[in-house]
Design a protein around this ligand. Structure first.
Ligand SMILES: Cc1cc2nc3c(=O)[nH]c(=O)nc-3n(C[C@H](O)[C@H](O)[C@H](O)COP(=O)(O)OP(=O)(O)OC[C@H]3O[C@@H](n4cnc5c(N)ncnc54)[C@H](O)[C@@H]3O)c2cc1C
Length: 288
């Protein structure tokens, strides 16, 4: 599979190792995507650089008004975290739906983001949270909005042969907000979704504020239904308006025909259903 496996002692040490191998080494998280890619000949890196022995990277905590998630945090940790459940329940819900227990205990949320699949459950929830991703290289660290990180199916703008994702952060949801994470799949476990949607909506004086609707896989990257969000922004909540927003999301979504995941027409129709249901759920939660 690969020729060497390095346990880095620090992020600097990991970056040094990557530099030394000049494109032939790559960061590995839980390996749930990478190991399969290596078996299929799709990952050509000769050396894996593992961050799991660096203290503190498996933490999940509040830092200066942000919720911070370290690069070694697994889906199981996120799903079980009381902090995430309280401050950003949709992410806990999404991570709790990834794969099965074995995958969730090994696979990391950062790996889910960098692997750049438009259906990735954790990444779709992070889109609805307006998350930022910390990219670290020899020049330093910078926070990048998650939407800017994606270039296409499986194509991430950060390069794991030279750079490290050293954290994820987002603002906790305010008390006026409600959320939903809904998923359509052929079975409940160990399968990527036919569709998923993550939504956040705040209600202030009976009007929508800060609405975010993320959907996957209906485009080459996880997708934000910005037109539907704009329609709702500042408007009083009504069933009619939710239906119109769901219709806009459907029109903007362009799922592909898939023998495994269903026809384009079916999935496009289901975008409208999931977004409407999700908005209803988020609205009920915000009102409560
Ligand atoms: C049976 C099965 C079922 C699955 N079901 C689902 C599902 O339902 N939903 C879903 O969303 N996904 C699913 N997956 C996909 C996978 O489990 C997730 O994408 C997982 O989160 C990947 O994380 P990882 O830590 O294993 O990443 P890895 O496989 O280790 O790495 C993935 C990518 O991220 C890069 N990377 C990892 N960590 C870093 C870092 N710190 N800095 C820079 N680059 C990094 C790697 O170089 C690689 O490019 C499934 C996979 C399997 C095998």
């Amino acid at each position: 599979m690969w020729e060497d496996y390095i346990f880095a002692e620090s992020i600097d040490n990991a970056l040094e190792a990557l530099e030394q191998y000049a494109g032939r080494a790559r960061i590995i998280g839980g390996g749930t995507d990478l190991a399969l890619q290596a078996q299929q000949g799709k990952c050509v890196s000769e050396v894996m650089v593992d961050l799991s022995r660096i203290p503190g990277l498996d933490r999940l905590e509040e830092r200066e008004g942000w919720l911070w998630i370290g690069p070694q945090v697994t889906h199981a940790q996120v799903a079980a975290s009381p902090l995430v459940r309280e401050k950003a329940g949709l992410l806990a819900e999404a991570c709790g739906r990834v794969g099965g227990p074995q995958i969730r205990h090994v696979g990391t949320l950062v790996g889910n983001v960098v692997n750049a699949m438009p259906a990735a459950d954790g990444a779709v929830a992070l889109f609805a949270l307006d998350a930022q991703i910390e990219v670290t290289d020899r020049l330093g660290s910078r926070w990048v909005p998650i939407e800017e990180l994606y270039a296409g199916v499986g194509v991430c703008r950060m390069n794991a042969c030279y750079q490290v994702v050293s954290g994820i952060r987002f603002r906790p949801l305010p008390p006026c907000s409600g959320w939903a994470f809904l998923r359509l799949g052929q079975r409940r476990a160990n399968i990527l979704p036919m569709l998923n949607t993550a939504l956040v909506a705040c209600l202030e004086d009976g009007r929508f504020s800060r609405v975010r609707i993320a959907v996957g896989p209906v485009a080459p990257t996880p997708f934000r239904a910005h037109q539907a969000e704009e329609l709702l922004q500042g408007q009083p909540a009504s069933q009619d308006l939710l239906a119109q927003a769901a219709q806009l999301a459907r029109q903007a979504a362009h799922p592909r025909n898939s023998a495994v995941r269903g026809s384009r027409e079916y999935r496009q129709a289901m975008v409208e259903v999931l977004v409407r249901r999700g908005l209803e759920q988020a609205l009920a939660m915000a009102r409560a």
